[in-house]
Design a binder for this molecule. Structure first.
Ligand code: MRU
Length: 344
């Protein structure tokens, strides 16, 4: 029987039965048909999980990478600097777009470099990783509460990709807003884009909506314009993987389409993300590195090959929505509107 609750990631300390301390994560590539948890203390296994999207979603990637970098030093006494640098470089190569990954890795790097005695590095970095995890959980709750101001009446909400517990350390970002608003009687119905090609909407958001008993309808990504034309969408809310200082926001491929469609139909279009998704080093979205995925992902649905594999394919995993198309960005600090100035 399937457990009624689920988690994306959990750090399990050594218990009285001498069970090794491990990171346990839910393999998201198998959802929703299989709820398979993987237990590991191997940073390379966690790096692979991030690459393969067993672990995914901007905040969760950062949290997992932090645990992985700490774990690289478990049982290491000599040469810890060499091991740390190798693990840092490996984890930084996993996925390029979500800035949370680099922010988390750099937080640990800063901590490590300032340690006078590297013998305690594992414990100290582990507590830093736990702190990053806990902070994201708190940010999600605040984003959920801040998002209530977007609802003027009981609304129909459209969302894209997956932004819930499976993508973060807490209740989620855009999903956290939907969940909090639903619990406050402000959500009538959720429309979830399937999110081609890896189907995070169909497989993961639907899984989370069902677990939370929130009424929903799935649709092919290409149905959004028709849904809006029929007057079935009151607002759109999605997450983000990296936000530039001017508010340009990278998110799952297809988000930019939704922003254009929302503006055309006069429907508010919001982005929800923790402040750790804001890249304070870049002025505009032009500087965001967009990940291109293997074309295999276009030609397969799940494990099944559905077309010849030698066709050319255009495979960006993310697109950048220009700031002027975004009605507001909700972080744990509140609602920001165009022109964006994230310093309060
Ligand atoms: O490729 P993914 O599944 O990692 O992409 C995830 C998204 O685009 C999410 O919308 C984003 O990370 C926000 S998660 C709170």
């Amino acid at each position: 029987m399937k457990p009624t609750d689920y988690f994306s990631i959990k750090y399990v300390p050594k218990d009285s039965f001498e069970v090794n301390e491990n990171l346990i994560f839910l393999d998201q590539t198998k959802l929703p048909l299989e709820e398979n948890y993987v237990s590991t203390d191997n940073y390379e296994r966690i790096a692979e999980a991030i690459e393969r999207l067993e672990i995914r979603g901007a905040p969760l990637i950062g949290i997992a990478a932090a645990y992985a970098l700490a774990l690289s030093l478990k049982n290491i006494q000599a040469d810890s600097e060499k091991v740390f640098n190798l693990a840092y470089e490996r984890l930084a190569r996993t996925r390029p777009t979500a800035v949370n990954l680099f922010q988390a890795l750099d937080e640990l790097k800063n901590e490590f470099e300032n340690l006078p005695d590297k013998k305690k590095a594992f414990e100290i970095l582990l507590s830093k990783a736990k702190e990053i995890h806990k902070k994201d959980e708190e940010y999600c709750l605040k984003i959920g509460r801040n998002g209530l101001s977007l609802f003027r009446q009981k609304s129909n909400v459209l969302t894209h990709c997956n932004t819930g517990k499976l993508a973060t350390g807490g209740i989620g970002t855009a999903f956290g807003i939907i969940k909090t608003a639903y619990e406050n009687g402000l959500v009538n119905h959720v429309y979830a884009d399937e999110t081609r090609p890896l189907l995070q909407g169909l497989r993961l958001t639907a899984f989370e909506l069902e677990k939370n008993n929130i009424p929903f309808t799935l649709q092919a990504d290409s149905s959004a314009a028709e849904l809006m034309k029929q007057g079935k969408v009151d607002l759109v809310v999605t997450g983000a993987d990296r936000i530039a200082l001017n508010g340009d926001s990278a998110n799952k491929i297809g988000t930019y389409n939704l922003a254009i469609l929302s503006n055309y139909h006069n429907i508010p279009f919001y982005i929800a993300a923790p402040s750790t998704t804001i890249d304070k080093k870049i002025a505009t979205g032009e500087e965001i590195v967009i990940e291109y995925r293997n074309s295999k992902e276009i030609f397969h649905i799940g494990e099944t090959l559905i077309s010849p594999e030698n066709y050319n394919a255009f495979t960006p995993a993310f697109d950048v929505t220009p700031a002027h198309l975004i009605s507001g960005i909700i972080t744990e600090e509140g609602l920001f509107t165009f022109p964006y100035n994230f310093i309060r």
